[in-house]
Unconditional design. Structure first.
Length: 472
């Protein structure tokens, strides 16, 4: 992973496979708390009380100690107020943040990557305290009831406050999270019929929602501007029933000659559930010219493009124009090893948010049932082929037959995994590359063309129906 897969003495110990100091100790109280949250905190049993005490003990050496200790005692007695539940959410978030930092440090050690220091954050704008309080009250009701106690009436209680929050730009982040959370809960009602609840995911959404109801926690770093050459590495495509996102990972070469930096640019859109596969590009393509450039293997020249301290480009097509051809694998071999990574915002520090761009070469691929593993000097890295999107030509079979791979190093299921973004193979002595985002600029693939046509028809029908409703 360091410079085209060359192993160092440190890597011979397989740092990606070795336990991370303190990680298990940080995650065990989180898992225990998540189990207690599932049963509800209105009438906690002995196991739940023990889990709450474990959470408090885990943060005993931090500034949260007193507040969480009191909150754990109150919750164990079934008398937790909103402030107590907020303290428990903060403790859980802090432990996951510590786990994220430990995993990031391990990934940086393996890849040899340096990271810029965290900058200050600007205060959030004026927020409607009454709406935030109403949202927090609903979340507290969920915590007291537990996942197995939810019903349609409880979940529907969020509808009015979410509708009031969505139009406010300052509250939209919290409102969007709560809207998606409520939709997932509604689809699982009644909770009494659940065989198994997604404990970690729902507890993540609950805790994040609780913190976002505190004015100021959504504060962002003051954006700067970036000028230089943007070299795409790959496109991460994520698809859900009602939404889709494309995130371009790239290296920015500043025009002033300073150190290259890792950046990313994202576009998210709502979508009908009938739009699938390559049809996603019909919805995503018009919102960001970078997608077409990445698909065509071109860089982009950006001028005064807004960028956050966390490396997120606030994309605006007016600040960019297509540049010269730029092979992502050449970028990964030459520029990526010298690029610095951005810090992560406090609320985004979570093991699931890890996404470290890496280049792997000269590996052996081992296939065991449905599990693909890349074997390198000093490393065995499982490939997460489930993340290969259907919206491009990249397939698990192509990944298994490759000799070079640009991917994202992630953490899931207690281990590091590789999410492929692009692969390179040798066909008739020629290098052939396949990219997950290759169809962003259009495709001649028959299946891709059918999906694009179906998406065009579906979107046209929906627009016509929306127009009729607006005319009434």
């Amino acid at each position: 992973m360091r410079d085209a897969g060359t192993a160092t003495a440190a890597e011979e110990h397989d740092l990606l496979g070795e336990p991370v100091d303190g990680l298990a100790e940080a995650l065990a109280p989180v898992d225990a708390f998540d189990r207690s949250l599932s049963g509800g905190l209105a009438r906690p049993g002995p196991d739940q009380a023990a889990a709450l005490r474990e959470l408090a003990d885990a943060v005993a050496a931090t500034p949260l100690a007193d507040a969480v200790c009191e909150a754990a005692d109150k919750a164990a007695a079934g008398a937790a107020g909103e402030d107590h539940l907020l303290a428990l959410a903060a403790a859980r978030t802090a432990l996951l943040g510590a786990a994220h930092d430990a995993l990031t440090a391990r990934a940086d050690e393996v890849t040899g990557r340096t990271r810029t220091e965290e900058s200050g954050y600007t205060a959030a704008g004026p927020q409607a305290a009454n709406l935030l309080a109403a949202a927090r009250s609903w979340l507290c009701d969920l915590a007291r009831t537990g996942w197995h106690g939810i019903d349609h009436d409880l979940v529907a209680g969020s509808g009015q406050v979410i509708s009031a929050m969505l139009p406010d730009p300052e509250l939209r982040r919290a409102a969007t999270l709560l809207d998606g959370f409520a939709a997932e809960l509604a689809a699982s009602c009644p909770g009494a019929s659940l065989d198994r609840a997604p404990l970690r995911r729902w507890a993540d959404l609950w805790a994040r929602g609780m913190l976002l109801t505190v004015p100021g926690t959504a504060a962002a770093s003051a954006p700067e501007t970036a000028t230089g050459r943007l070299l795409p590495l790959g496109v991460d495509v994520q698809e859900h029933a009602t939404a889709a996102q494309a995130q371009v990972h790239a290296v920015l070469e500043p025009a002033d000659g300073s150190t290259p930096r890792l950046v990313r640019a994202s576009v998210s859109v709502p979508k009908p559930d009938t739009v699938l596969g390559a049809g996603l590009w019909q919805l995503l393509r018009p919102h960001m010219a970078l997608l077409a450039s990445a698909a065509e293997g071109r860089c982009m020249d950006v001028v005064d493009m807004p960028v956050t301290a966390e490396g997120e480009l606030l994309w605006d097509d007016e600040h960019a124009r297509p540049g010269e051809p730029a092979d992502p694998f050449a970028t990964a071999r030459v520029v990526l090893p010298t690029a610095t990574a951005a810090p992560v915002a406090p609320l985004d520090r979570h093991p699931a948010s890890l996404a470290h761009p890496v280049l792997l070469e000269d590996y052996a691929a081992e296939q065991d049932d449905d599990t693909l593993t890349f074997v390198l000097p000093g490393h065995r890295l499982t490939v997460d082929t489930d993340r290969v999107p259907s919206a491009g030509p990249l397939t698990p079979q192509a990944v298994a037959a490759s000799r070079a791979c640009i991917g994202l190093l992630r953490w899931d299921g207690g281990r590091f995994l590789l999410q492929p973004l692009a692969v390179e193979s040798t066909v008739r002595r020629k290098a052939v590359a396949l990219h997950a985002g290759a169809w962003a600029a259009g495709t001649t693939d028959k299946a891709g063309l059918r999906a694009e046509k179906a998406a065009t028809d579906a979107v046209a029908v929906l627009r016509e129906r929306a127009g009729r409703l607006l005319r009434k």
